[in-house]
Ligand binder design. Structure first.
Ligand SMILES: C[S@@+](CC[C@H](N)C(=O)[O-])C[C@H]1O[C@@H](n2cnc3c(N)ncnc32)[C@H](O)[C@@H]1O
Length: 591
């Protein structure tokens, strides 16, 4: 926004008394009101479409009230006045190629524009009066206008389309009374055209989609230029040889919006001249037109920039969990939270169906988030696909973070077919379930009964339930229970992903083998424990916590930084083989 603001229309926060014409976009509370005051700068316009350029639409200037919770989409309509060349449909692509550098070239707007009535059925073309040298051009023009109206099914006065029946009747009456076209073509005009579908498909594949059909933009012809300029350029012959068939508009670069043909760059003139020389039908017209860009046209950040007060950071990223967009709004955004959410929803549909904001930092035992639904449907049950595995999660009751996907992948890549994995804080199974595809067996545990329910459901969903044994107990008790049974012999890796406190659970490994003979088939698993650190030396800090929990003087640890979760706060993963001295220690801590 600030980039644009000093160029043309400058956003300011001003009093409500401003002329309504310039208000933008919502006005319920003065404190929330952002206005764009036209600032007629002499500085050159920035290139390309912008919400700070163009004019608001008529309807926008008339309806001013906008509730803070309701986004007024009309406020984002912008009208741009442009010049265009009307050219024969058959030649528009060739001309587009040759004039490309001088065409509009705006994102998501086709240089070749369609307007209603620009197509003439090929069977009707011969009916149109052909230009003859010396003909009464005025009369010919009148006949052409009348005929065009009828061909395109338009009523005379207001230009509304007639129903097919009325159209046919009207056509029959008019043609009979005037008698200048043969009636035998009438049936063809009114009968549904068998080739219509095919033609539509062809048109779409050629990229000549009718402007306005996509809901992003629409082009209308405002006025046909008097052809003086073109006649000077292309010669007298041009004036007598007006176009008589299907046409398209080539939208010219915005710099040429109010220029006449004489002021066009030589490069354009040369192309037009050459075209006129080689063409059997001299068929160019310069027209003034109106390009309207609607709310749907603008990208999410463009709308948010325009919506929020100047200088406010625009929330441009969000985490996605299935169909849910998860915002992390700052306090300054909160007065605009519903407007922001609506824009996020609109601009990311259909992928996103629900927009939520985190109300509080994760503090509860089950690590679930306090979420407020701001837009879309209110279901927080969604399906996430990660590494080809489907997970059902209910964000209201279980923990999920897609941000740990890469870290999970790293751990998984270290697992082999001979492994037995013990996932102490498994959640709904984002590690346990893909691990089950690789390893011999997974023992997965979580304290949250909802997480365990989804873990079981996800195991079945991915047909891996036979390889996963699910437990619902406290992590320390789980470790002890596993190592009290024979299954302990097979456990090769232990994963402890509860970064806020997992290190403090390591004491559960003390003395797990104290009652077993030191010689024999005991397995000392590789433990992967996660933790946070805000210390200046996070590795040292986390290592210390591990050492203290294990009551060991030295532990050989492989330490990695996983990601920065907040400024100055690292998430780390420490991997180490359970020391024998810990497993056989006599000072076990009782749960
Ligand atoms: C940070 S989440 C990680 C879940 C999962 N590993 C993942 O990556 O999505 C931590 C999980 O530990 C569970 N949890 C919290 N305290 C626990 C405890 N004392 N014993 C067992 N699980 C616990 C929570 O319910 C939560 O599902």
């Amino acid at each position: 926004m600030s980039m644009m603001s000093n160029i043309f229309l400058k956003p300011h926060i001003v009093a409500l008394a401003l002329p309504s014409k310039f208000a933008f976009p919502h006005t319920a509370k003065p404190a929330l009101t952002t206005f764009f005051v036209p600032h007629f700068s002499t500085a050159p316009l920035s290139y390309g479409p912008s919400l700070h350029k163009g004019n608001p639409s008529q309807s926008q200037s008339q309806s001013q009230s906008q509730n803070d919770d309701v986004l007024r989409e009309e406020a984002f309509t912008r009208v741009f006045h442009l010049a265009a060349l009307r050219v024969p449909a058959a030649e528009c692509f060739a001309l587009e190629g040759r004039l490309r550098g001088h065409l509009l070239n705006w994102p998501r707007v086709r240089n070749i524009a369609r307007v209603p009535g620009d197509d003439v059925h090929p069977d009707l073309a011969p009916l149109l009066p052909q230009p003859i040298g010396g003909a009464d051009l005025g009369e010919e023009e009148r006949r052409l206008v009348a005929l065009q109206r009828r061909i395109h099914g338009k009523a005379d006065g207001n230009g509304d389309a007639l129903s097919p029946v009325l159209y046919r009747e009207r056509l029959a009456r008019t043609f009979n009374s005037r008698g200048f076209v043969k009636f035998r073509h009438l049936a063809k005009i009114s009968r549904p055209n068998r080739n219509k579908k095919r033609r539509k498909k062809e048109e779409a594949s050629q990229g000549a989609k009718r402007v306005g059909e996509n809901g992003l933009s629409v082009v209308e012809v405002v006025e046909d230029e008097d052809e003086g300029g073109l006649r000077n350029l292309l010669g007298e012959e041009f004036a007598r040889s007006k176009w008589r068939g299907s046409t398209r508009l080539l939208l010219l670069d915005e710099r040429y919006a109010s220029r006449g043909v004489e002021e066009f760059p030589e490069a354009i003139k040369a192309v037009l001249k050459e075209y006129a020389e080689n063409s059997t039908t001299l068929t160019l017209e310069l027209v003034r037109c109106k390009l309207t860009l609607f709310y749907d046209y603008w990208q999410m950040t463009e709308v948010l920039e325009a919506l929020l007060p100047e200088g406010m950071i625009v929330p441009s990223t969000f985490e996605t969990v299935g169909h849910i967009a998860h915002l992390n709004l700052r306090d300054e955004h909160l007065p605009y939270k519903r407007l922001i959410a609506k824009v996020v929803l609109d601009k990311n549909k259909p992928r996103i169906q629900t927009v939520v904001n985190k109300i509080d930092s994760i503090q509860n035992e089950y690590r679930t988030m306090q979420l407020e639904v701001l837009a879309g449907n209110h279901s927080l049950v969604t399906t996430v696909v990660e590494n080809g595995i489907r997970f059902q999660v209910d964000l209201a009751t279980v923990y999920w973070s897609s941000r740990l996907g890469t870290e999970r992948q790293r751990l998984l890549s270290g697992f082999t077919r001979n492994d037995v994995i013990c996932d102490v804080f498994s959640g709904v199974g984002p590690l346990a379930i893909p691990a089950a595809r690789i390893v011999k067996r997974v023992l997965a545990n979580d304290l949250n009964p909802y997480a365990v329910e989804y873990l079981e459901r996800n195991s079945v969903l991915n047909k891996l339930e036979r390889r996963i044994k699910v437990f619902n107990m406290d992590g320390r008790r789980f470790i002890k229970a596993m190592y009290a049974s024979d299954i302990s012999r097979s456990i090769t890796q232990v994963v402890m992903n509860l970064p806020s406190e997992a290190a403090e659970f390591l004491d559960a490994f003390r003395g797990i083998y104290k009652d077993r003979p030191e010689v024999g088939e005991l397995t000392f698993p590789m433990i992967h424990v996660y933790g946070f650190s805000k210390a200046r030396d996070p590795e040292f800090d986390f290592h210390e916590r591990i050492r203290i929990a294990l009551l060991e003087v030295a532990v050989n640890v492989d330490m990695r930084r996983v990601r920065l979760v907040a400024p100055g706060k690292w998430m780390l993963c420490a991997s180490f083989i359970l020391p024998k001295s810990v497993a056989f220690a006599n000072t076990a801590v009782d749960a």
